[in-house]
Ligand binder design. Structure first.
Ligand code: TPP
Ligand code: SF4
Ligand code: MG
Length: 285
């Protein structure tokens, strides 16, 4: 049985006091423990940004990749060994700017990954620039007169890419977020969990107070996650009311289950005896 102690690391945490990442991290740990996962069988893949430090603070396998490339790296890990639980951690800049091209492909493949986006609606690590999810009118050092672009809506993006699991969580409600993570990890296929994660250092608009007044739980309003039309409608809500919970969930064939090379088991367990890779290696000389 995995415990909180097992998942602790000796690394000093450098997130700002009060950062929403703390609630998110705790919810991930609780989900791993409550699902009975072994830390040796979990791989956390993280991008570059404040969010990326998450893998320093959780004792599972960890892979810190370049900005925007969480999904390709996580996909490779899952293909190499589908027996692993693969969690991708990205920022809103990471996932929806430089990395957005990977989202529809992971979604249409329905590869069994849980993609957790720390959505603070700002570039945190690089000191507060406007991000792709920043709302129109958002003022920062890169948009001092207010952004005149409309923000990306991650939920409608994922729905239109045929993602089989789409959810939004809130880092200020750790218990609720834990339940969402548990469902996302248990879901056999690609799962996006966009997490509203207050950045107390730079984002003075989307604060804990802002969300406290607005978030409501989908399940408390009888939302049916199998209803795609309704999922789209709820995904469009932002303003006085912001939904959190599972918007959409569907059963669909998972990618590695139909991957021909994996029919004989995970690649890492297949014998490479008698396979000549010298020609391939020469290409890298
Ligand atoms: C290819 C590349 N482009 C740009 C950067 C610079 N950079 C580092 S983190 C970052 C954005 C961070 O914002 P986000 O992804 O939202 O993460 P947060 O810090 O908010 O968690 C950028 C642009 C980089 N490291 N690599
Ligand atoms: S800059 Fe923002 S996102 Fe980064 S650690 Fe500080 S509060 Fe958190
Ligand atoms: Mg960010």
């Amino acid at each position: 049985m995995t415990t909180m102690q097992d998942l602790a690391t000796p690394v000093v945490n450098t997130w700002c006091p009060g950062c929403g990442n703390f609630g998110l991290l705790m919810a991930v740990k609780r989900a791993i423990i409550q699902l009975g996962l072994n830390r040796e069988e979990v791989v956390a893949v993280a991008g570059i940004g404040c969010h990326g430090k998450v893998i320093d603070y959780i004792k599972t396998n960890g892979l810190h990749v370049i900005h925007g490339r969480v999904l390709p790296a996580a996909t490779a890990v899952k293909i190499a060994n589908p027996e692993l639980t693969v969690l991708g951690f990205a920022g809103d800049g990471d996932a929806y700017n430089i990395g957005i091209g990977h989202l529809p492909h992971a979604a249409r493949r329905n590869i069994d990954l849980t993609y957790i986006v720390h959505d603070n609606l700002v570039y945190g690590l690089t000191t507060g620039q406007t991000s792709p999810t920043s709302k129109r009118g958002y003022r920062s050092k890169t948009t001092p007169r207010g952004s005149f672009e409309f923000g990306v809506n991650p939920l409608t993006q994922a729905l239109s890419a045929d993602a089989s699991f789409v959810a939004r969580g809130y880092a200020g409600d750790m218990h609720h977020l834990t339940e969402i993570f548990k469902q996302a990890i248990a879901h056999e296929g690609f799962a996006l969990v966009d997490v509203l994660q207050p950045c107390v250092a730079w984002n003075r608009v989307n604060t804990y107070d802002f969300y406290k007044e607005r978030v409501y739980k989908l399940e408390e309003e009888g939302h049916d996650p199998s209803d795609l039309d309704e999922a789209y409608r709820r995904a469009g809500e932002w303003g006085d009311r912001i939904p959190i919970g599972v918007l959409y969930m569907a059963e669909r064939e998972e990618y590695t289950n139909s991957f021909p090379t994996l029919a004989e088991g995970p690649l890492v367990k297949q014998s490479i005896e008698g396979i000549d890779i010298s020609k391939l290696l020469r290409e890298f000389h």
